[in-house]
Design a protein around this ligand. Structure first.
Ligand SMILES: [Zn+2]
Length: 450
C-alpha cells in the first residue's frame, strides 16, 4: 500500500503534489471550525465531511493523524445573538454551549469522526495572549490604545496564499476609518473592552480578534509547522492569509506545508444566504433526508468543484445510495484484516482514485461500474464494503423507507427470474438476482429452492 502515493492540490503552490508529512508517519492537520451562534448549514456539512474523509484516508494509509478543529466561542456574532436571545451579550457562553452541542450532534449524525483536539477559544486565552506578546516582541504587531494590531507591512510575503501582492492589496483596500491602525490592511489581534469585562491582558481588558486563535491553537496543539491546513475556499483571504502572517511572524518558519480548500455549495445556482431565504441548516435537511444520503451527496462531487444543490436531486441521490446499500447488504460480512481488504483489485482501484486529490466521485464510479461483479463475488464485496465504511464513512445500511421504483427493465428481469425459478434453472435465477441487486432491488424469496 505504501507504493500508492497520495496527491493533494496545494493552494499555496497551485499544483497537485505528492503528500509527504514532515515527521515520518505522523500527520498534523488543522481545519477551521465553527462560530457557534446558529445551527450549522450545508456549507459546514461539506467542509467537515470532505476533510473527515481525508482524516479517515490518512488513518487508513497507516498515518497517526493529529487533527485539530477550533471552536470560535467568542465573537461579535455570538455577542449579538446573546443580546437578541437573552437581552445580555454576556450570555454568549450560553449561546455557544447550545450550538456546540447541536453541531456535535449534527457531526455524529453525518458520521464525521471527532477531531483529536477540539479546543474552545475561551479555554485558551492565556496562550492567545502569549502569542500576541511574541508578535509584539518580534515587531510584527503594535499596541494602539488598548487594541493590538498585526502590522502587515512587516510580513513581506503577505498575499502568497491568495496570490496577491502587497501593492495590489493596498490599492484595493478600503479607506480606513479606524485611526488606530497604521494601514487599512492591518488587522486586530486584540480588541479592547471596558475595564473589568472579558479578559485582562498586558494591554488592558479585551478579547481576541478572530484570526489569532487559529495560529495560537495550531501552535499549541500541533506545533510550529503543520502538514495540512484546510477549510472552505471563502477563508483563503483574509483569514488564512492572516494566519500565515501571524504564525510565520512568530516562528520565522513555514506555517502549513499543504493548504486545501473546498469549493462552496450553491442552491439552485444562487449563493446560499440567509437573506435570499435559500438557506439549509443540517438539522432541517436531516428531517427529510437520511444523513448518509447527505454524506453521499458530498462524496458525489469533487471537493474543489462547486455543488449546485437542489432538493429535487435528493430523490435520485437516494436511489443511487440505496442501490449501493442493497448491493452490499446481500450477506453479512465478517470484519476483515486490512491485508485482506487490500487484496481486492477493486479496493486498490478505489484507493488509487481517492489518493488522487480525493477523487471520491471516481472511486464511487468504480463501484457502480462493477456492481454486477460485486453482486456475485462475496469476498470482493466484503472488502469494498469495509473500505467504503472506513474511508468514506458510509454506513451502507439500506434505507428502510425507501421504495425502489419498479421500472419496466426491473419488471422484465423479475418476470424472467420467476420463470427461471419455476423451471428450476437456479443458475440463471442467481444471475438475474445479481442483476437486480445491482439495480438496487432487494429480493426476499419466500420459497426455498429445492
Ligand atoms: Zn482558521
Amino acid at each position: 500500500m505504501n507504493d500508492i502515493p497520495l496527491f493533494l492540490t496545494n493552494t499555496l503552490t497551485g499544483t497537485k503534489e505528492v503528500f509527504k508529512p514532515l515527521h515520518n508517519k505522523t500527520v498534523t492537520m488543522y481545519v477551521c471550525g465553527i462560530t457557534p451562534y446558529d445551527f450549522a448549514h450545508l456549507g459546514h456539512a461539506r467542509v467537515y465531511i470532505i476533510f473527515d474523509v481525508l482524516y479517515r484516508l490518512l488513518t487508513f494509509l497507516g498515518y497517526k493523524v493529529m487533527y485539530c478543529r477550533n471552536i470560535t466561542d467568542i465573537d461579535d456574532k455570538l455577542l449579538a445573538r446573546a443580546e437578541k436571545l437573552y437581552g445580555d451579550q454576556m450570555a454568549y457562553t450560553r449561546v455557544a454551549d447550545q450550538y456546540i452541542k447541536a453541531f456535535q450532534e449534527d457531526m455524529r449524525m453525518l458520521a464525521c469522526l471527532p477531531p483529536t483536539y477540539e479546543p474552545r477559544v475561551t479555554d485558551n486565552i492565556a496562550d492567545i495572549i502569549e502569542f500576541i506578546q511574541a508578535l509584539i516582541a518580534n515587531k510584527k504587531a503594535y499596541v494602539a490604545d488598548g487594541d493590538v494590531y498585526f502590522d502587515v507591512a512587516q510580513a513581506p510575503s503577505y498575499g502568497k496564499l491568495s496570490k496577491q501582492n502587497l501593492k495590489e492589496l493596498h490599492a484595493g483596500a478600503r479607506v480606513e476609518i479606524n485611526p488606530k491602525k497604521r494601514s487599512p490592511l492591518d488587522f486586530a489581534l486584540w480588541k479592547s473592552e471596558p475595564e473589568g469585562s472579558f479578559w485582562s491582558s498586558p494591554w488592558g481588558y479585551g478579547r481576541p480578534g478572530w484570526h489569532i486563535e487559529c495560529s495560537a491553537l495550531a501552535f499549541k496543539f500541533l506545533g510550529k509547522t503543520i502538514d495540512i491546513h484546510a477549510g472552505g475556499a471563502d477563508l483563503i483571504f483574509p483569514h488564512h492569509e492572516n494566519e500565515i502572517a501571524q504564525t510565520e511572524g512568530r516562528t520565522g518558519q513555514m506555517f502549513a506545508r499543504v493548504w486545501l480548500h473546498n469549493a462552496f455549495v450553491q442552491i439552485n445556482k444562487e449563493k446560499m444566504s440567509k437573506s435570499l431565504g435559500n438557506f439549509f441548516t443540517i438539522r432541517e435537511l436531516l428531517k427529510t433526508v437520511d444523513p448518509m444520503v447527505l454524506r453521499f451527496l458530498m462524496l458525489n462531487h469533487h471537493y474543489r468543484a462547486p455543488i449546485d444543490f437542489a432538493l429535487d436531486d435528493i430523490m435520485s441521490l437516494k436511489r443511487a445510495y440505496q442501490r449501493l446499500c442493497v448491493l452490499f447488504d446481500q450477506t453479512p460480512c465478517p470484519r476483515l484484516d486490512k491485508k485482506i481488504v487490500l487484496q481486492s483489485p477493486l479496493v486498490i482501484q478505489m484507493l488509487e482514485m481517492v489518493c488522487d486529490d480525493l477523487n471520491t466521485v471516481g472511486a464511487l464510479g468504480i463501484v457502480f461500474k462493477h456492481a454486477k461483479q460485486l453482486a456475485e463475488d462475496e469476498q470482493q464485496r466484503c472488502a469494498v464494503k469495509q473500505f467504503m465504511q472506513e474511508v468514506f464513512g458510509l454506513s451502507l445500511q439500506p434505507l428502510s423507507e425507501e421504495e425502489v421504483q419498479i421500472t419496466s427493465e426491473i419488471q422484465q428481469l423479475l418476470d424472467e427470474r420467476e420463470r427461471a425459478r419455476q423451471q428450476k434453472d437456479w443458475k440463471r435465477a442467481d444471475e438475474l438476482r445479481a442483476k437486480l441487486v445491482a439495480l438496487g432491488v432487494q429480493i426476499h424469496d419466500t420459497k426455498q429452492k429445492n
